[in-house]
Design a protein around this ligand. Sequence first.
Ligand code: 13P
Ligand code: SF4
Length: 363
Amino acid sequence: MPSLQWTPEVERATAHLYQRVKNVISPVEWPFMAPYVKAINELKKERDAVILAHNYQTPEIFHCVADIGGDSLQLAIEATKVKSGIIVQCGVHFMAETSKILNPHKRVLIPDQRAGCSLASSITGADVRLLRERFPGVPVVAYVNTSADVKAEVDICCTSSNAVQVVESLNAPTVIFLPDQYLASYVASQTGVKIIAWKGACEVHERFTANELEAYRAADPSVQIIAHPECPPDVIGVADYTGSTKGMIDWVRKNKPKRVVMVTECSMADNVKAELPDVEFVKPCNLCPHMKRITLPKILDSLLSARGGRHRSRNRRARPPRRRADDSPEKLKSRRPLEQRKASHVRRAARARRTAAAIVGRR
Ligand code: 13P
Ligand code: SF4
């Protein structure tokens, strides 16, 4: 275990990193973070690991230990390019799973396995099979915020950056879009394709209301309001711009508004503020409890536990079905051997990989 004391050496070694976050992390907080930052940065080199961080991670993670930061699309693309044997995913479960689907031979670590997502947990593969029975022949598009189980059942995957283009690429008059009802209605507003939506919602974005945003505008008519498409339609109706987290960041970089409300998860405004201190961020602060499960101590723990290198697949030798206490000889005979059961998992993983690969244009 590395030393986690605040010493003059730690202060010196992390001074350049503190410069990146000094607008958003006070000098009183930094001595509690810096020893972890130093230890993580040393260990990730030693273990040949790369750290990917979503825009919703807190600034000490996003700016001080991450090698690559971005929205879901950028992270999926970058995950296919990394050379390191280990990816540490600072984000939520479906993001780590997507990295693994796109990099089956790399070890992908998530610092807290409980970092879920209300959208991903709103639907299962079995639900998609029922939808297909109900709407035969209608293609199914899944938002990347879904489990691999769901990705294995759908035709194509998208992120909030490319949802409209992916829906239109199918050249179909009607498309099933899941699981986010609000992203689905945003896509429907941008295209002539008829959208059948699943009723999932992001627990962070569904809490914003048009009334609160109108109150900001009434207080300062010059304020700029930019919203993520996971927000309800009346919220998007009030916004000056709607886009993915990367789209929102690029909009602020380009327009440099005097005062802006970023209608999305709260930490993103801190991450942009660290870069653009002259922009004032008005913050209705809705935090994603799942993203916030990822912390510096947990990142350090996951690196300490990594044995490193390429993922070794388990012994694939043929094995007879395992015997259970209540097995009759007939039951035992009828059970599929392990290799057959594995083969069906492998087929499902390959389907998930095909649909997810579309996110990064590798179909
Ligand atoms: P993007 O970063 O792709 O815009 O997604 C936002 C989000 O809620 C991820 O969970
Ligand atoms: Fe899921 Fe919403 Fe959290 Fe993103 S912000 S991980 S969509 S719950």
